[in-house]
Design a protein around this ligand. Structure first.
Ligand SMILES: [Zn+2]
Length: 619
């Protein structure tokens, strides 16, 4: 009896284990990650100290850079080579990319003028490199040793601005503008996935000192804290910027009238703007001679009363951007206190007008729209990315759902506060769910866990809508309190590190005290979609029973909406827990003494692929 029982128990446990690719298994076996969701005792990640100087003299399109990188190998492996990321090479003619490239997008990419490894010239084939470049090390880099790189490079900023580029002849947005060492990690070694202009990024947490040389009368905005405002700005503007650090109301640091006077910056030929940020995954820079500058700040931590600066740089004619600072203050404050409910982890955020609709650490680059509410929605989404991928070091190029899924979750939650639940839910359905659930294409129903690098047409829905729905389903099942406790625990364990999906799954089970493998298997490892089929309503003792088939397969929450013959109605909510034992077919009891007229299954934001079989009339 005992033997039979334990065999049965063992089979149950094994049956519930989530599929784990063999390279991921190796990391768990090596002890860098733990089955309870914690970083393993042998967890490590590599680190770099970047000292970068970049010179941009608009309207000259040539950008010159010089940097030293001190890269530390914290891994137990001896590295015979480094892999460099040269993201800007996406502009080179002929490199592989997902989309087309217009002539205005093409440039000759990164040109190296110097590349020294520990003071000696390195053999590099930069002319042939796309977005990855290997650098052989004469002396292999042993564990716990450092290597020093001295690099000079230049490139032309592209005329067409996507995630970076020339916004107008005297406004530049610089991102991914410096050669960096790729991530070397415990489950994949060197990250050599090419950047194809579709997926996003994967970066180590580094310490940066960035100097931006720009002509006088050009203002520079960047990731990090400006070290020398008094050297680059005239005293009046230093005063206004300083005042914004304690001001709830928007301070116009530089207006169009101020800009016209051309005395905002120090009047040297070139000013050197120095920025610092530590333990950050990237730096981005905006430069303009005609963008106006707004700033204020918001308390993001009630315990310490710490404020975060919210700034905006934009064309004076962009009505939506005149709201950017106050909308941003609301986002910083709301996200800090509600969802995820973790104090905004950085000292500032800058909204820069461009064409990217994209997040960068401490910066967003968003397009101007005529719809002020939509602009705020996009800005909320990009600011929400601060937590995922920047506070949590997500591998976006492989697991895009680990950051886009959360940004999409938070965007609906903050939207509920801003425009009300009804409007936020309708928008979420239209914008995030409808285009997936009514698209029968095979690629849309690929499992969410599919590496982002292998997705093409199915990338969007598998990165945004579907994982966001999984988070809402889990929140519904666990309840807000337990869901938040587990989410906070996961964030606490992994911020500043590189979590992978299994760390999330394992942490949520471990921290909620429930084995959620069945739920994660259902949502992340299957080709399921959403389609409930209300098959039968039967009279039963104490009321009725409803037979429901889960045709689509996802473990969704839903409402059973009952209308009685006397005209009254009743809504019975079902959490995803109803699918734990049988994910294909369930029976829901409807306790009542009244006579039912109709029953409808309503999933709300969990839109049903076929609503025709969701209602039954009882005759
Ligand atoms: Zn996003």
């Amino acid at each position: 009896m005992l033997t039979a029982l334990s065999c049965f128990a063992l089979i149950q446990v094994q049956a519930q284990n989530l599929y784990m690719p063999r390279d991921i298994q190796k990391a768990f076996n090596k002890g860098t990650r733990q089955a309870d969701g914690n970083p393993g005792k042998k967890y490590w990640q590599n680190h770099g100290v970047y000292n970068i100087t970049i010179t941009a003299l608009p309207p000259d399109r040539n950008i010159k850079g010089t940097e030293t990188i001190t890269y530390e190998n914290n891994s137990p492996d001896t590295l015979k080579r480094l892999n460099m990321k040269l993201i800007l090479n996406i502009h080179k003619p002929g490199v592989p990319r997902f989309g087309d490239a217009s002539p205005d997008y093409l440039t000759s990419g990164i040109q190296f003028d110097k590349f020294l490894v520990n003071g000696e010239p390195a053999k590099i084939d930069w002319a042939g490199a796309s977005t990855n470049m290997a650098v052989s090390l004469k002396k292999p880099l042993a564990p716990h040793e450092q290597v020093k790189l001295d690099i000079d490079w230049h490139f032309q900023i592209s005329l067409e601005s996507g995630r970076e580029g020339m916004i107008d002849p005297t406004t530049y947005y610089l991102a991914y503008f410096y050669p960096r060492v790729s991530v070397y990690d415990d489950y994949n070694g060197w990250d050599r996935l090419p950047f194809l202009d579709g997926q996003e990024f994967y970066n180590d947490f580094n310490d940066y000192t960035l100097t931006v040389n720009a002509p006088k009368n050009y203002i520079v905005w960047a990731t990090g804290t400006l070290q020398n405002p008094a050297q680059v700005l005239q005293p009046e503007y230093v005063k206004r910027l300083e005042a914004s650090m304690t001001s709830d109301s928007t301070i116009h640091v530089a207006t169009a009238t101020d800009l016209a006077k051309k005395d905002i910056t120090a009047q040297k030929d070139q000013n050197s703007w120095i920025w610092k940020a530590n333990d950050i995954s990237d730096m981005a820079v905006g430069i303009s001679d005609h963008y106006v500058w707004d700033a204020a700040s918001a308390i993001v931590d009630d315990a310490t009363h710490r404020r975060a600066s919210m700034q905006a740089a934009f064309q004076d004619s962009a009505a939506d951007f005149h709201h950017a600072v106050q909308a941003g203050r609301h986002a910083l404050s709301w996200l800090s206190r509600n969802w995820p409910g973790v104090p905004y982890p950085f000292p500032k955020m800058t909204a820069f007008q461009g064409f990217a609709d994209m997040e960068y650490p401490m910066m967003v680059n968003d397009s101007h729209t005529d719809d002020i509410q939509f602009s705020a929605f996009v800005q909320d989404h990009e600011i929400a990315h601060t937590y995922f991928p920047f506070y949590m070091g997500i591998n976006e190029s492989r697991y895009a759902f680990m950051d886009e899924g959360w940004a999409t979750t938070f965007e609906r939650l903050i939207g509920t506060d801003e425009v009300g639940a009804e409007k936020a839910d309708q928008f979420f359905k239209d914008f995030r769910v409808d285009r997936w659930i009514h698209d029968p294409a095979t690629s849309e129903d690929l499992p969410i866990i599919t590496p982002s690098s292998e997705l093409r047409a199915g990338y969007g829905n598998n990165a945004y809508g579907k994982p966001a729905l999984s988070h809402f389903a889990l929140k519904d099942m666990l309840g807000d309190e337990l869901f938040k406790k587990a989410l906070h625990g996961y964030m606490d364990r992994w911020h500043g590190k590189h979590p992978i999906p299994w760390d999330y799954f394992n942490s949520m089970s471990n921290l909620s005290g429930r084995n959620l493998d069945w739920f994660f298997n259902n949502w992340f490892f299957t080709n399921y979609y959403i389609d409930l089929d209300l098959q039968k309503i039967s009279k039963a003792a104490g009321g009725y029973t409803a037979n429901i088939k889960n045709t689509g397969g996802f473990a969704v929450p839903f409402d059973v909406k009952v209308t009685y013959t006397d005209g009254t109605t009743q809504t019975i909510h079902q959490t995803p827990a109803v699918w734990q034992n049988n994910q294909k077919q369930i029976v829901v009891n409807i306790k009542t003494t009244k006579t039912i007229k109709t029953v409808t299954l309503d999933g709300g934001i969990f839109m049903d692929a076929n609503e025709k079989n969701n209602t039954l009339e009882v005759k």
